[in-house]
Design a protein around this ligand. Structure first.
Ligand SMILES: [Zn+2]
Length: 269
């Protein structure tokens, strides 16, 4: 599948975050938590064969949360995606609720919501899937879309559970609809656990420019090109072709890219 993972909310010009904040209650900041796990979830999905872009709103750019909507919809609807999944965390008025919910609108969305929900519910209290028709990410997106309220950011008990589990893997396996096993390629020693060699052809502050390079790569046969968002004080949209646990594999991809006329460097992370 061609998937885009989006992180709900943003940090406004004023420095305030539009998401729920569970920190005063022994929890986490919703936006920061999801921003932190989204690239890992994307990596898991890529290792299961999906093409995955990651979209995070620029920070300190928007005046109101309404700008998040137009920013995300333009990109989600232009990328030819089969599926969009937006990451959220829940919060309750009395800060005493717990559990996971998955939201959908269409029948296709329902199927994915059910898959993810069953994975999340193995860890968090099962609040079930919900059909919603009052959310722009479900109403105005072209691809099938699911929104995840993975757990309650203002529940210290939920946050403690989340800390002990690989939530990114639960989400990825839910989307994939099965177990994801991350095995190193054969033939040489794998990188230290979790470390990957990423082959990058460009890094942009503007999504459109990243998208243009990705399209060019795909036209030239690098079908697995994808965009990932990283925060280096400022958000960068990196265009990459593959992430490898074996360095030699990354180097051979780098060679191919250079031959095709692209700049390619290998990043370790
Ligand atoms: Zn939210």
């Amino acid at each position: 599948m061609k998937i885009i993972l989006t992180v709900g909310h943003s940090i406004l010009k004023t420095g305030s975050c539009t998401s729920a904040d569970g920190r005063p209650f022994g929890g986490v900041l919703e936006y920061a938590y999801n921003k932190n796990i989204v690239n890992q979830a994307a990596e898991y999905l890529r290792s299961a064969g999906h093409t995955v872009d990651v979209l995070i709103c620029p920070e300190l750019k928007f005046s109101t949360s309404k700008e998040e909507k137009s920013y995300k919809l333009a990109r989600v609807n232009s990328g030819g995606y089969d599926l969009a999944v937006e990451l959220h965390l829940n919060a309750s008025a009395l800060h005493n609720a717990r559990g996971c919910e998955s939201l959908y609108k269409t029948e296709k969305g329902k199927k994915i919501a059910q898959q993810v929900q069953s994975r999340l519910a193995a860890v968090f209290r099962n609040r079930g899937i919900q059909k919603r028709d009052n959310l722009y990410m479900l109403n105005s997106t072209t691809p099938t879309t699911v929104m995840l309220e993975t757990f309650f950011c203002d529940s210290s008990a939920d946050c403690a559970l989340a800390e002990k589990k690989d939530v990114a893997l639960l989400i990825a396996e839910g989307i994939h609809g099965g177990t994801i096993i991350c095995e190193p390629q054969e033939g040489s020693a794998p990188a230290p656990s979790g470390m990957l060699y990423r082959v990058q052809t460009g890094a942009f502050t503007v999504w459109k420019n990243a998208e243009r390079m990705k399209t060019e790569l795909q036209k030239k046969g690098f079908k697995d090109a994808f965009i990932t968002t990283v925060d280096l004080g400022q958000l960068f949209y990196r265009v990459q072709v593959g992430a490898f646990s074996v360095k030699a594999n990354a180097e051979s991809m780098q060679k191919k890219l250079k031959k095709a006329g692209f700049d390619a460097l290998i990043l370790q992370a």
